[in-house]
Design a protein around this ligand. Structure first.
Ligand SMILES: Nc1ncnc2c1ncn2[C@@H]1O[C@H](COP(=O)(O)OP(=O)(O)OP(=O)(O)O)[C@@H](O)[C@H]1O
Ligand SMILES: [Mg+2]
Length: 423
């Protein structure tokens, strides 16, 4: 007996499809999904063998289909007469579905044949998807099994390298074939898009904020999160710092929830955790609401600091502030831009830091100053490709997702400098 997920998007063919599957006795309908996010989350349980999906479902895109296929769920599309993007013929929609990884496509009048089609898919060799991402095996500071992990990258004032570390960590995880979503949630001016050469003018975060407002974010999350590399996607941040007010309370929380369904989530945040006392009364965002929501919803916080006297003092104060927002939540401290001219060794600075911090910090790791690699990456609009920083970032990835360490080493396709990245 094989299990089937059905996502009919409210179409009238659903009852005929359910009837045909029930009659066949070879298939059982595991769940009728309400939207793409529901389908993606249901696939991660590992119980489904097939998904029957309406091809006109909002948010149906490659990220969604790749996610589902990685959990070894075979996709069958149902092609309604008006399916797909406006103006497309049924034939074009079927071709589009094949490109997305659908094993078969049936017309709405053919859903009676679904058991035969599913059985044929089962024996065909179309399933070239990778085994499921190792999300469910990663360090477990307490989320429900199988869900994606949220890693918030935070650090106090002084530009200690939050964005550099968040991008570098995303690259390190994607290099390990872990599906990773990078979210730019810095309310003081996001720079992820610029650093990665994502040139489009649509901010993923502002789009998410608008969709959150209309209650349709879950349906259209695929359009908010754009593909970067084979295993990495990005939700770009604020195009201008003054637009932080458009991101209402609850937006970051919903984006994180949806991104968890895609894979591991890395969040770049702002420096300040100061709470605005009027937020709860007014229902409006405070300036730091984005950062606070990211940190409060994270499974682990990577705290980035400069390994110098000012940086370490700010680190100690920052950890106290973090305690107020997420008491006892797991943390990893990353001392970034370590260099000989500071006058102390990496071992000495780690020992000093350990004396400053409490038991919720699991590890203290050091990243070297690597001007050459960082400059080349920023100038080329791509991930840091090689050098000491990449090697040290791998240690941070090991600490966060130890089970992925064995799979490390696969190189990412280099991205073309300055290119706008479209899925
Ligand atoms: N390991 C490193 N080696 C060399 N340069 C680095 C390193 N990490 C960060 N930098 C540089 O330091 C500067 C600040 O880094 P980044 O933008 O990542 O910091 P931030 O904490 O996100 O700052 P902001 O407050 O502006 O968001 C950038 O010019 C970046 O290229
Ligand atoms: Mg930054």
């Amino acid at each position: 007996m094989q299990c089937v997920l059905v996502l009919a998007n409210g179409a009238s063919w659903e009852s005929a499809a359910l009837g045909a599957l029930q009659r066949s006795r070879d298939f059982v309908v595991l769940k009728r999904c309400v939207d793409i996010a529901d389908l993606m989350a249901s696939a991660t349980t590992g119980q489904a063998d097939h998904a029957v999906v309406a091809l006109d479902t909002p948010g149906l895109d490659r990220i969604a289909t790749e996610h589902v296929r990685r959990f070894r769920v075979r996709l069958v599309g149902v092609n309604a007469a008006s399916a797909g993007r406006e103006g497309d013929s049924i034939h074009e929609v079927a071709q589009w579905a094949t490109r997305l990884g659908f094993a078969s496509v049936v017309g709405v009048g053919e859903v009676d044949r679904l058991p035969t089609v599913l059985a044929a898919d089962d024996t065909s060799a179309h399933l070239d998807a990778e085994p499921p991402a190792h999300i469910e095996h990663s360090v477990d500071p307490g989320t429900s099994a199988g869900a994606g992990r949220v890693i918030a990258v935070w650090g106090p004032a002084g530009a200690p390298g939050r964005t550099t570390v968040a991008i570098g960590l995303t690259a390190a995880l994607a290099r390990r074939r872990l599906r990773t979503v990078l979210l730019d949630a810095d309310p003081w001016g996001g720079s992820v898009a610029q650093q990665l050469g994502v040139l489009d003018e649509v901010s993923g975060l502002l789009a998410a904020a608008r969709l959150h407002g209309t209650g349709s974010l879950s349906e259209r999350f695929g359009g908010v999160c754009r593909g970067l590399e084979e295993f990495a996607g990005v939700v770009t941040g604020l195009p201008r710092p003054d637009r932080w007010q458009e991101v209402r309370p609850g937006v970051i929380e919903e984006v994180l929830c949806l991104a968890r369904g895609v894979g591991t989530v890395v969040v770049d945040t702002g420096f300040s955790l100061e709470q605005d006392g009027t937020v709860e009364l007014s229902g409006r965002s405070g300036r730091n609401t984005m950062t606070i929501e990211a940190v409060a919803n994270a499974d682990v916080v990577v705290v980035v600091a400069h390994p110098d006297p000012v940086g370490l003092t700010r680190l100690a104060n920052g950890l106290t502030e973090l305690d107020e927002i997420s008491p006892g939540s797991p943390r990893i401290v990353v001392l970034n831009r370590m260099r000989q001219t500071l006058g102390w060794s990496a071992g000495e600075v780690v020992a000093m830091t350990k004396g400053l911090i409490g038991p919720s910090v699991r590890a203290v790791l050091v990243l070297p100053e690597d001007r050459r690699a960082v400059d080349a990456a920023v100038a080329g609009g791509r991930f840091v490709a090689d050098g000491p920083l990449v090697k040290a970032l791998a240690n941070v990835a090991d600490a966060l997702v130890p089970e992925s360490a064995a799979g490390a080493g696969r190189t990412l396709r280099r991205r073309t400098a300055g290119r706008a990245h479209q899925r």
